[in-house]
Design a protein around this ligand. Structure first.
Ligand code: SAM
Length: 352
C-alpha cells in the first residue's frame, strides 16, 4: 500500500476501503497532497467544469434550543446578542439576492421554535410566489417528518443538515441531550420526502482523529448526499471549547479532495469557515475540488450576531460587495461564477 496507489484507485474507481483511507490520512505528505488535489480538480473539471455555483445565505435567526459545545449561538451562551429577522426582511433579502444573481437562497438559523411550520410555510410560499424559478434551501436543524413535508410542499427544494461527525461517541460528547441516530434519521426523512439533501462535518474537533475522519468519509460515501459541506472547526470564545486548537487548512483541503474523488457528482462548498482560517482558503478549496460558494445576503446589522465562531469574515460588507468580491476571487483563479440554480448532477440523474 502507498498513498499514490490509493489516490489512483480513488480517482479511477471512486472507492477505497477503511484501511486505505486511514493509511492515506496517516501517511499523506506534501507531494501526495499535491497529487491528490490535482486528481480531485481533474474529476471536478469532468463533472462540473470550471463553474462555481453561488448561493445567497440568509442567517435569519440566532436563537437556538440546542447546546452544541462548539457553537457560538448555543442556548447556554448568555453573551450572544439574539435577533430574528421578520418575514418581510427575509423575503426582501431573497429578492435582493435574485437581483444580484443568486438563483438559490439558503435560509439558515438556529433551531428556533418561534419559526413554526406555519411561519416557515408563509416565508417559503411568499418567496416562491415572487421567484418561482429560484431554489430554496433550508438549514434549520432537526424537525419532524411532518414539518419537513409541509415545508417541501410549500416549495422548499433542498435541506442542509450536517451530520457534524459520524463517530457516535464524539457526537454525544459534543451535543448534550441530542441524538446521533435522530440526526441521521432526519437526513433519511428529508431524502424520502424529496429534498436534495446536504450532510457535512467539521474538521479538527477535539478528540477527532483520522479514524473518526474515515468514519465521516465512509458515512458520506454511503449516504450519497447531493451536497456535503465540510469546514474547519473554529473555536468561539464564549463556548466550552474556547481553548481548543481548531481545524487546519491543510486537513480540510485533503478532506475536500478525497470527498471529490469518492463522490464526483456531489456539490461541495468552499465554506466561509475555510475563508476565515486562511485569506485565500475558499480559493484553495475550489482548486481542491469544491464547486460552490455561499456569500452572505443577511442585513449587515445582524451579521456579527450570527457568530458561530471567532473571526468570521465579511461581516461588514454589503450583499452587493460580497457578490462582486466572490466573483473576482473566482475569476482570479481561473473559475467562472455560474448563476443558474445549480442543482447537483446526482439530482439530475435521479430525476431522469
Ligand atoms: N441549526 C442548524 C443545524 O443544526 O443544522 C443550522 C445552523 S448551524 C449553526 C450551521 C453549522 O455551523 C453547523 O452544522 C456546524 O457544522 C457549523 N458550526 C457551528 N459552530 C461552528 C464552529 N465553531 N466552527 C465551525 N463551524 C461551526
Amino acid at each position: 500500500m502507498n498513498t499514490i496507489n490509493i489516490i489512483d484507485k480513488l480517482y479511477k474507481e471512486n472507492i477505497a476501503t477503511r484501511e486505505e483511507l486511514l493509511y492515506l490520512l496517516d501517511n499523506i505528505d506534501k507531494d501526495s497532497i499535491n497529487y491528490l488535489t490535482e486528481k480531485a480538480n481533474e474529476v471536478r473539471m469532468k463533472t462540473y467544469k470550471d463553474k462555481v455555483y453561488m448561493r445567497g445565505l440568509i442567517e435569519f435567526t440566532n436563537y437556538c434550543v440546542r447546546d452544541c459545545k462548539y457553537c457560538g449561538i448555543r442556548k447556554s451562551n448568555k453573551d450572544a446578542d439574539r435577533y430574528r429577522l421578520t418575514v418581510e426582511q427575509i423575503v426582501n433579502c431573497a429578492v435582493l439576492g435574485d437581483k444580484l444573481g443568486y438563483k438559490t437562497v439558503v435560509l439558515q438559523g438556529g433551531e428556533d421554535p418561534f419559526f413554526t411550520d406555519e411561519i416557515m410555510v408563509e416565508i417559503i410560499t411568499k418567496i416562491k410566489s415572487i421567484l418561482p424559478n429560484n431554489a430554496i434551501t433550508l438549514s434549520i436543524g432537526e424537525r419532524s417528518y411532518e414539518s419537513y413535508k409541509k415545508m417541501f410542499k410549500a416549495g422548499a427544494d433542498r435541506y442542509l443538515l450536517r451530520h457534524e461527525t459520524a463517530t457516535k461517541t464524539l457526537y454525544e460528547k459534543l451535543h448534550p441531550n441530542a441524538s446521533f441516530e435522530n440526526r441521521r434519521k432526519c437526513l433519511e426523512d428529508l431524502r424520502e420526502i424529496g429534498y436534495q439533501i446536504g450532510s457535512g462535518f467539521m474538521i479538527g474537533l477535539p478528540e477527532q482523529d483520522n479514524n473518526s475522519l474515515v468514519d465521516d468519509l465512509i458515512y458520506t460515501k454511503q449516504l450519497k448526499p447531493h451536497m456535503c459541506g465540510i469546514g474547519p472547526f473554529i473555536p468561539h470564545k464564549d463556548t466550552p471549547l474556547n481553548n481548543e486548537e481548531g481545524g487546519t487548512l491543510e486537513k480540510t483541503i485533503i478532506m475536500i479532495a478525497i470527498l471529490r474523488l469518492l463522490l464526483p457528482d456531489t456539490l461541495l462548498p468552499a465554506t466561509t469557515s475555510l475563508g476565515t482560517i486562511d485569506p485565500t482558503g475558499r480559493e484553495k478549496g475550489i482548486k481542491a475540488g469544491a464547486n460552490v460558494v455561499m456569500p452572505n445576503l443577511s442585513p449587515t446589522d445582524v451579521r456579527e450576531k450570527y457568530s458561530l465562531y471567532d473571526g468570521k469574515i465579511c461581516t461588514g460588507d454589503e450583499a452587493a460587495e460580497c457578490r462582486m468580491c466572490i466573483e473576482r476571487r473566482m475569476n482570479n483563479i481561473g473559475f467562472q461564477i455560474d448563476i443558474s440554480r445549480g442543482d447537483s448532477i446526482l439530482w439530475e440523474k435521479e430525476s431522469k
